[in-house]
Design a protein around this ligand. Structure first.
Ligand code: ZN
Ligand code: ZN
Length: 94
């Protein structure tokens, strides 16, 4: 029974239209474990009730995901550039 924890968790996520994981609010900084439909990127914060909740790790696929110097892993991509949604810094991927 050892060594199957990650595989079982992944199988459960694949079957479900929902995912759960650590979330945080970009408004008030509250952190909690959220359960949201896959693909939803903004949802209500239970502390301040604004739709500023985002997943901290649900969609990060592996250890190669980029993390901003401010600690954020969530980026926006525009026509011109890619930037951290918390501090605005562009990642140095070179
Ligand atoms: Zn909040
Ligand atoms: Zn940042």
């Amino acid at each position: 029974m050892s060594g199957d924890v990650v595989d079982l968790a992944q199988a459960r996520i694949d079957r479900s239209p929902h995912g759960s994981g650590p979330a945080m609010c970009l408004g008030c900084g509250h952190e909690w474990v959220a359960v949201v439909p896959i693909g939803v990127v903004g949802f209500a914060c239970p502390a301040c009730h604004l739709d500023k909740g985002v997943m901290k790790g649900l969609y990060s696929s592996d250890r190669y995901d980029w993390t901003c110097a401010c600690g954020n892993i969530l980026y926006r991509i525009s026509e011109k550039r890619l930037y951290c949604i918390l501090c605005g810094k562009e990642p140095d991927l070179s």
